[in-house]
Design a protein around this ligand. Structure first.
Ligand code: PGA
Length: 254
């Protein structure tokens, strides 16, 4: 099955509202009407509403970088799935390695967040990936499979259709050390096999993105791999010029 590629920009904790608007206005011109692949931007919470307004007449989808799993409640500082859906958010990044490692989010919390996306029609982007120590200790496969197993623990096959997975080796994030296409493909194949076993035929619809120092210079070779269905882009999504080049890459077709 041919899965439509998804190129998603994770802006992390960058850009004031003014900066976000300036960036998204440029993206609207350069990639706002791209249809043969899907484009998404994930600004900080503070810019979601303003960015949503600018994107309303484009093909670019809006994503968030995190959320709580409850609908509402006494959770100071948190944002709920309902609040995101209300702003036109479509995608939500969950279990990003910075959430796991800097903020200590455990697998069972991430599983609840993934599950809570569905009642509001949000599409989770579940991030998994090994640290450098784990790779060197030959634990990549077991770590990634463990995170996958835990992250989708509460999902039915019907819900899994709307899932996106992002393989992001922690040692490649923000370091300039991209995984080679071969290294990435190897892990993507493991994830694809897991999804097939767990969800059956619908797993063919689940996209597996690669993330970790993706740039205009390496996107083509990464996208040419069979099981890489798009990219989650951090640093290189912060300027319209580089993100547009990534969106318009040639490798592997749409
Ligand atoms: P990077 O970040 O592209 O800056 O390495 C990717 C990510 O953390 O999603």
């Amino acid at each position: 099955m041919r899965r439509k590629k998804l190129l998603a920009g994770n802006w992390k904790m960058f850009k004031t509202v003014g900066d976000a608007l300036a960036l998204v206005r440029k993206l609207k011109i350069s990639v706002g009407q791209v249809r043969d692949r899907e484009v998404a931007v994930c600004p900080p919470f503070t810019s979601l509403k303003s960015v949503s307004e600018i994107l309303s007449d484009t093909q670019i989808r809006l994503g968030a970088q995190n959320m709580h799993y409850e609908k509402e409640g006494a959770f100071t500082g948190e944002i709920s799935p309902d609040m995101l859906a209300d702003l036109g958010v479509v995608y939500v990044i969950l279990g990003h390695s910075e959430r796991r490692h800097v903020f200590g989010e455990p697998d069972d919390l991430i599983a609840k967040k993934v599950q809570s996306a569905f009642p509001r029609d949000l599409k989770p982007i579940l991030c998994v990936g090994e640290t450098l120590d784990q790779r060197q200790a030959d634990q990549t496969r077991s770590v990634v499979l463990g995170q996958m197993e835990a992250g989708v623990r509460l999902l039915s096959a019907d819900q899994a259709k709307f899932l996106t997975v992002a393989y992001e080796p922690v040692w490649a994030i923000g370091t300039g050390h991209t995984a080679t296409p071969r290294q990435a493909q190897e892990v993507h194949e493991v994830i694809r096999g897991f999804l097939q076993k767990r969800f059956g035929p619908v797993s063919e619809e689940i996209r597996i993105l690669y993330g970790g120092s993706v740039k205009p210079e390496n996107i083509d070779e990464l996208m040419a791999e069979r099981d890489i269905d798009g990219a989650l882009v951090g640093g290189a999504s912060l300027t319209a010029e580089s993100f547009s080049r990534i969106v318009r890459h040639n490798g592997g077709g749409a």
